[in-house]
Ligand binder design. Structure first.
Ligand code: SD4
Length: 323
């Protein structure tokens, strides 16, 4: 049995679920609830992988990716490689509501945010500094460069192609810490079936400066369509964004597929090409049915997510076994 309204989000980010749920109780729209939920994680720096002070890039800087989508109007606002602004999801919403664009990036996105009244501040913290210092001390490994031999001592410093052993995406992946990948992705289905979705993340640790992941890309990080439902993703964005898994999952639900099967089918498409990728999806339809799936990789066999609906009565932790 299913019932509305519904809040569902990636990972055990309970406060985010509670914030979205209480926004709905106060009569807020699905869109407001998504913004409130994701914003809660930005302030709390959920798991160090949302908001400021996490995932320093190769220069030690934290940059943010976020998007929000209104499934009634199919409008999207997003920011990528956002610098010096903590509240990325609200900047994404400002892009949606105050421009006719979809995605703003980098320094110019920060300038847009400042002009819209957001405060510019350093996103570096003691924690992000020490993650960065430790990485420098380990010869800047792991990183995301392909043409650098794994034992090369030359990977610190500006990005330059260097002749060296070819490193594949897969070898790179084994160097990543799966547990450091914890984007918030949220879907809210309002009482009348209005769908909104959003994401917020600081991306990938030690990324090449300028790197943008799946999270701010419509159809990749999340997708919402009030005639069907919504989906949101977390995991190896560099791989996942090649497949638009959130879009695919919504389209599968449109053709009648149950949410958990839609999640699994969309991830299976990726797994065919990248068996080792880490990714998880959450899906919900406008009846209030929901589900999740994750790809099983070394060290990761179960994915946690949160749900709040009239049946759970409070934010409830759910777990799904990866396939
Ligand atoms: C990214 N997908 O930037 C994000 C990271 C993530 O769980 O989801 N981690 O690649």
């Amino acid at each position: 049995e299913a019932s509305l309204p519904l809040v569902i989000n990636t990972w055990p980010f309970r406060d985010a679920t509670a914030a979205a749920w209480s926004a709905l109780q106060r009569g807020a729209s699905a869109l407001d609830a998504v913004e409130q939920g994701c914003m809660t994680c930005e302030w709390e720096q959920c798991d160090g992988s949302v908001g400021y002070g996490g995932s320093p890039d190769e220069n030690g800087e934290t940059t943010l990716d976020a998007m929000i989508m209104n499934g009634d109007t199919m409008e999207v606002g997003a920011v990528a490689d956002l610098r010096r602004i903590k509240n990325a999801i609200s900047v994404a919403r400002a892009v949606m509501e105050h421009t006719t664009h979809t995605l703003l990036a980098g320094e110019s996105a920060a300038l847009f945010a400042q002009n819209m009244g957001f405060k510019a501040e350093d996103l570096t913290t003691n924690t992000s500094q020490s993650i960065f210092a430790k990485w420098l001390g380990q010869n800047c490994q792991p990183n995301y460069r392909k043409n650098v031999s794994p034992d090369s001592r030359t990977s610190c410093g500006p990005y330059k192609p260097s002749p060296g052993a070819q490193r594949t995406d897969q070898q790179n992946h084994t160097r990543l810490d799966i547990h450091s990948h914890d984007t918030i992705g949220m879907i809210v289905i309002g009482r009348h079936g209005n769908v909104a979705a959003g994401t917020s993340t600081n991306g990938a640790k030690h990324k090449v400066p300028g790197r943008v992941g799946d999270s701010p890309i419509a159809g990749a990080g999340s997708y919402a369509d009030s005639t069907v439902g919504g989906a949101a993703a977390t995991g190896d964005g560099d791989v996942m964004m090649r497949f638009l898994p959130s879009f695919l999952a919504v389209e599968l639900m449109r053709s009648g597929m149950e949410p958990s099967i839609a999640c699994k089918t969309a991830l299976t498409r990726i797994k065919t090409h990248y068996p080792w990728f880490f990714g998880a999806l959450i899906c919900a339809n406008i009846k209030g049915e929901y589900g999740a799936a994750c790809n099983r990789v070394a060290g990761f066999s179960q994915f946690s997510y949160m749900v709040s609906d009239p049946l759970t009565n409070e934010p409830l932790l759910k777990k799904v076994d990866c396939f």
